[in-house]
Design a protein around this ligand. Sequence first.
Ligand code: SAM
Length: 349
Amino acid sequence: MLNVVQSYSAMTLAPTLRSLPPLGETPSTVRRVIDYMRISITDRCNQRCLYCYSENFNSWSARKDLLTAPEIISVVRSAAELGVRHIRLTGGEPLMREDVLTLIKQLKTLPGIESVQLTTNGNRLTMMADDLYEAGLRRINISLDALNPSLYRAITRSDVTPVLDGIRRVKELGFESVKLNTVLMRGRNQHQLMSLVHFAAEYDIPIRFIELLPVSFSEMLDEQNFLSIGEVRAELARHDSLVPVTEFLGHGPATYYRLPEIGATVGFIGALTDLHFCDSCNKLRLTADGKLRPCLGNHIEYDLKPVLRPAIDPAAIRMELQTAIKGKPLEHLFRDHYQPKRIMTAIGG
Ligand code: SAM
């Protein structure tokens, strides 16, 4: 039995959170169009980020329980018929899956699918960037929590050099969209903020700062490590002005600003402190083991296995998708004593 760390979800809220009105005072009224699906193609990862895995984690899904490529394709085909236009492959580490290139190629040919994107930790990118480009991938997000090699290793338990080389390679190849993702934690990588922003500016890559979420069983998910995007913004404002970006930069929940002096574009993903975070949520998630999950911060899931095995039933898949879309909660429960039941890598980060 995995040991859920109680301190985070049962935490007395950080001062920044405590000063906000309680969840529910700003009900979402915006009509949300669900046109984006994030797919965890494996729950395995070749990094051990502190906030993602507990020290001794080894509860991987059995291979036979992971969706096969034909099963994933059939789910996406049905989803496209219902209006899904954008797919993001994630994990775990999606580049660990042997058929990732084939999957990308096949997903790109599906009627209705306008973009196939991928989120990676980047440590296989030097080897794989050219093949990914060749397979038709044009949009990629790369996680980068620190530039300092020893700090990067302390957070991810791996080497930053191949990640930086991989970032340079995707820029050389001319991917249409490259973005960096950073989970900033108080007292851990907080002081890397400005170096990361300058690095992003140097390579002309938007960088997004993500609030730590209670989505794993890691000991790190503690209030002491939580850093709100409000604080990150305030720190950035000491160095430059923050000019809201109006042009479209992606299908996700980030809000973007331009730092004109530094020449950087920064995004903020503040699921815990942004009260309007869910207003425009356009996502469905497909877990590595075949569950449709309409909201990361809510336990509701719809199991697709019975309509995929022993035989793929497209009409039944469509019905499950419709139910999941209808059942998408208006708001997540992260601020409401949320206790994760399984970790983000299985759900799809
Ligand atoms: N392995 C890939 C990667 O590292 O980008 C994709 C999966 S990973 C789960 C996707 C994103 O989720 C990463 O940017 C990671 O930093 C973020 N993430 C993981 N656990 C998190 C947590 N507890 N709070 C906030 N973000 C988290």
